[in-house]
Design a protein around this ligand. Structure first.
Ligand SMILES: Nc1nc2c(c(=O)[nH]1)N[C@H]1C(S)=C(S)[C@@H](COP(=O)(O)O)O[C@H]1N2
Ligand SMILES: [Mo]
Length: 279
């Protein structure tokens, strides 16, 4: 290994140690600054790495940590939602918590940009792309398609999981049955306010517990958690569960969304710890 590569590797090791020690801190601000500095320094040495494969590998290792830092910054800014009931923080069933996750009693609020000030009357969901019937549905139109309840755990890639969330809403499968996907449709891009999006396979999107939800734990979905209407995809990491959802677009290929563009995994299965591309 070249000198520069060795230097980068040791900066990344230090960054990982700093990050581990930070988990118990109350004020993560200074730790984030320290991490950003270490990662910035590591990046500064990249051009000195002569061998291309090694340079790319190190660039990827740095980029993953930067993406994680960005994501966490958004999370910490908003803090847990106070109005939501306390969730269990322990379970007898070790198989219920995916690898690398810990349980949280609260419900952290996590999003890029600002929450909208929508009421139920503002909900418009467009279902478009490779469908026989393009749909524009308001909340009443969605409710008319049938309402179901599913109690599921929620896993965010920033390592918190919240157990026993009861969601009420319409199954995406039932909405798509109205739109009639064309035979060529294999994936979807789901978009939400203000400029958020994510990619999903049609198979993931039409699972029985994937809902467009308007209630959480028996109460109207709070705006900070994506109310009046959000997507819930319990079997994948939380970034797939688009809040303030506005559009489902069916495609014949996998088109990356907001976090996938920034290095997160295209699939995002918490049980296989698919956090970043290549995991
Ligand atoms: N519109 C929108 N939806 C979003 C996000 C976002 O930034 N914007 N963040 C995602 C991420 S990373 C997570 S973990 C969950 C968090 O949902 P919560 O705030 O209800 O906990 O929302 C997801 N949906
Ligand atoms: Mo997340």
């Amino acid at each position: 290994m070249t000198e520069a590569a060795g230097r980068i590797a040791s900066l990344l090791r230090r960054a990982d140690e700093v990050r581990k020690a930070a988990a118990s801190r109350r004020d993560p601000g200074p730790v984030r600054e320290q991490l950003a500095r270490l990662l910035g320094e590591a990046r500064d040495h990249l051009d000195e790495v002569g061998e291309e494969d090694l340079r790319l590998e190190l660039a990827g290792a740095i980029a993953r940590r930067v993406a994680d830092l960005d994501h966490e910054e958004v999370a910490t800014l908003l803090g847990p939602s106070p109005e939501v009931a306390v969730a269990p923080t322990s379970t007898d069933d070790p198989d219920r918590v995916p690898p690398g996750q810990h349980l949280t009693a609260g419900f952290p609020v996590l999003h890029v940009g600002r929450a909208p000030t929508w009421t139920a009357a503002d909900v418009r969901l467009t279902v478009t792309g490779l469908v026989a019937h393009r749909l524009v549905l308001d909340l009443d139109g969605l409710r008319a398609l049938g309402s179901v309840e599913r109690t599921r755990d929620f896993h965010c890639v920033t390592t918190w999981s919240r157990l026993d969330n009861t969601w009420t809403g319409v199954r995406v499968a039932d909405v798509l049955a109205q739109a009639q996907p064309r035979a060529t449709a294999t994936h979807a891009v789901v978009s939400g306010h203000p400029a958020y999006s994510t990619n999903l396979s049609l198979e993931d999107l039409t699972a029985d517990d994937v809902l467009l939800a308007w209630q959480h734990d028996g109460a109207p979905l709070p705006i900070e958690h994506g109310g009046p209407l959000r997507l819930v995809v319990p079997h994948l990491y939380g970034w797939k569960s688009v809040k303030w959802v506005t559009e489902i677009r069916l495609t014949d290929r996998d088109v990356r969304g907001y976090w996938e563009e920034r290095g997160y995994h295209d699939l995002g299965d918490p049980w296989r710890e698919q956090r970043f591309r290549g995991d």
